[in-house]
Write a protein of this length. Structure first.
Lengths: 224, 339, 51
């Protein structure tokens, strides 16, 4: 990655904030790195599809959730179409966690944090934890027996560490807003950041691969 | 050489990949993934559906187990119910809040969801009833009596009701209970009509999104918990992971609920705080795996990566994974090493 | 038609017990499936595409 002085404009004029931001963004993630159509030869295993599968499942969660939003939180109890959309939402969440955990197992055993990729791991881990919280608020706003039981149980855990004083799981209105707006926004930001980090750093190479490529590059120079 | 280039030379794994590449269509892969996910999700929804066990109400509770309702109401009135003795965030009760070691985290949260069980659950709802002379008179007697007398009546009735066969109000031994039997009898009637559900939900105004009061009252009784236990949803049944019926639940909560099943958590009054504290620590550890010696070495020790990258290793056998011979490949806590 | 699925899962859950461990059959199937899918993802050959 070339170091670019963002204060300099090509024609030497006064730099703008906009221009400086653009030059910085393009420098850190050039377009052909943001949307590459080639990838390292070692990316050749079915384990690699679970990242994009998780993303696709998240999209399904959001789309089905949006349909539920259109009709309000009680609709699905009295409408067969609504119940079907709720089923779609539930199974897309189950698939989302399924794929995310398989993706996580793969990334762990690849030690995918190597080579300045620790932040990618950390943001992914945060997204996992955040997803659990988002799913939890989802269960609370089902507005059925499950919600009643889960809320009256969960309150004890949250109250025991003082969080329940603000985050009141028995307040269905508060939980609905957190579930539908605040937490998805946080998950969305974390997901986008995670993906951008993967594009920026590239997919982690096999153990020893980067060194062997570097050594192969150095050899012609050594014999020159 | 710039600082960036020197840094890159020290960490080959961080460098842009300079080895063989292949053509790959990310967007097409994403579209295919969306298609596959859509098919799987629709199939699962059609074949398995989703659970929707109806919410229970105080009305239902009072019809199905009226004695349990009245007994619970008696404990709300005399301030001995789980909610009344809970402490923060519902009320100021000394020594009630859980502690994490020496830290009274529950109390630090403060009483921000105040609930006065005597008045919120019993007296104030009863005041909304009109045209019942006996109730009006009972409430007047209650209001005019000093605190200690009221407490005496309520406690005595609670004790007597607990001792009565089947907790049946009709079989309570005679005693000095003041207006309490009439009040609780009318509260049962109000519950049966559905009026108590409404009164508790709309106690703060017409529009109600906050179900704190009716849910706390429900959770103080045995009806809700009985239904939950029958569905394997109780805390000591790994309930946190489970769902009603035969549906899969939240398998990802396995470690969170595990601790509640074993000692010392399963017999501690501070179980919730202890489990939360422990899980917060483990979660932090999970997030910081790249920096934890030992944990971050597991992928080398259990070389599943050799299966994932077997094609690469078979074509490039000269540098197998093992003790690094070149520059270090794992992040070290150096000042210039931004994660 | 669409309220319950083709297979009605709204019956009392079936639970497996092993010492202190209690797990619903549904959850056990999900967890097992995840392990199987992970193993398959690692072991199944990935098609070699055009370079």
């Amino acid at each position: 990655m070339a170091s670019i002085d963002v204060r300099q404009t090509p024609d030497g004029t006064e730099p703008t904030w906009t221009g400086a931001l653009r030059r910085r963004l393009v420098a850190s993630l050039p377009p052909d790195q943001l949307l590459p159509d080639r990838q390292p030869a070692y990316v050749a295993s079915w384990i690699y599809v679970f990242g994009v599968a998780t993303l696709a499942a998240l999209l399904a969660v959001i789309v089905t959730g949006t349909i539920l939003v259109l009709e309000g939180p009680i609709w699905w109890h009295t409408s067969t179409v609504g119940h079907f959309v709720n089923s779609l939402h539930l199974w897309s969440v189950e698939l989302f966690f399924f794929c995310m955990v398989v993706h996580l197992w793969g990334k762990f055993f690849m030690a995918a944090w190597r080579g300045r990729r620790a932040l990618t791991w950390m943001i992914g881990a945060l997204a996992f934890v955040g997803s659990i919280g988002t799913a939890f608020t989802g269960y609370l706003v089902q507005t059925n027996f499950d919600s009643q039981w889960i809320s009256t149980q969960a309150k004890d855990g949250l109250n025991s560490v003082g969080i329940g004083a603000w985050f009141n799981v028995l307040n269905t209105g508060q939980m609905l807003l957190w579930h539908v707006m605040l937490l998805p926004l946080i998950i969305g930001v974390l997901t986008i950041w995670h993906i951008l980090l993967v594009r920026r750093r590239g997919v982690v190479p096999p153990f020893g691969a980067a060194e062997s490529v570097q050594a192969a590059e150095a050899e012609p120079e050594a014999t020159a | 050489m710039t600082a960036t280039k020197m840094h890159r030379a020290a960490s080959p794994e961080a460098a842009k990949w300079a080895g063989p590449t292949r053509r790959y269509d990310l967007l097409k892969e994403f579209v295919i993934a969306c298609g596959v996910v859509a098919v799987i999700v629709v199939a699962l929804a059609v074949v398995l559906g989703s659970p929707d066990d109806r919410a229970v109400s105080i009305r239902q509770w009072s019809h199905v187990t009226p004695n349990d309702f009245v007994l619970t109401a008696a404990t709300e009135l005399d301030g001995t119910s789980p909610t009344a003795t809970y402490g923060a965030p519902y009320s100021y009760t000394s020594d009630a809040g859980q502690k994490l070691g020496p830290l009274p985290l529950a109390d630090w949260g403060g009483v921000r969801q105040p609930v006065d069980t005597t008045n919120d659950f019993v007296v104030n709802p009863l005041r909304t009833i009109v045209g019942d002379a006996a109730l009006t008179s009972a409430l007047q007697t209650w209001t005019r009596a000093p605190d200690s007398v009221r407490q005496g009546w309520a406690s005595a009735y609670d004790k007597a009701l607990s001792a009565a066969p089947d907790n049946n109000p009709a079989r309570v031994k005679p005693g000095n209970y003041g207006p309490v039997p009439v009040m609780l009898n009318r509260l049962l009637g109000m519950a049966r009509s559905g009026g108590l559900d409404g009164a508790l939900t709309s106690s703060s105004g017409f529009y109600a999104f906050n179900y704190t009061k009716p849910l706390l009252l429900l959770s103080d009784g045995s009806y809700l918990s009985g239904l939950a236990t029958a569905q394997h949803l109780a805390g000591d049944q790994w309930g946190m992971m489970n769902e009603t019926g035969n549906f899969p639940g939240q398998a990802w909560l396995w470690l969170y609920t595990f601790w509640y099943q074993i000692s010392p958590f399963n017999s501690s009054g501070n179980a919730d705080a202890l489990v939360w504290g422990l899980m917060a620590l483990l979660t932090l550890g999970f997030i910081l795996v790249p920096f934890i010696p030992g944990i971050r070495s597991i992928p080398r020790l259990i070389p599943i990566h050799r299966l994932i990258w077997r094609d690469w290793y078979s074509e490039h056998p000269d540098r197998p994974a093992g003790p690094p011979t070149g520059p270090p490949t794992e992040p070290r806590p150096r000042a210039d090493m931004s994660a | 038609m669409l309220t319950a699925g083709l297979i009605d899962l709204n019956h009392p859950g079936y639970y497996l017990h092993w010492g202190v461990i209690q797990v619903s059959l549904a959850n056990a199937i999900v967890i097992l499936l995840m392990i199987v899918v992970f193993a398959a993802a690692i072991l199944l050959p990935f098609p070699r595409s055009r370079g």
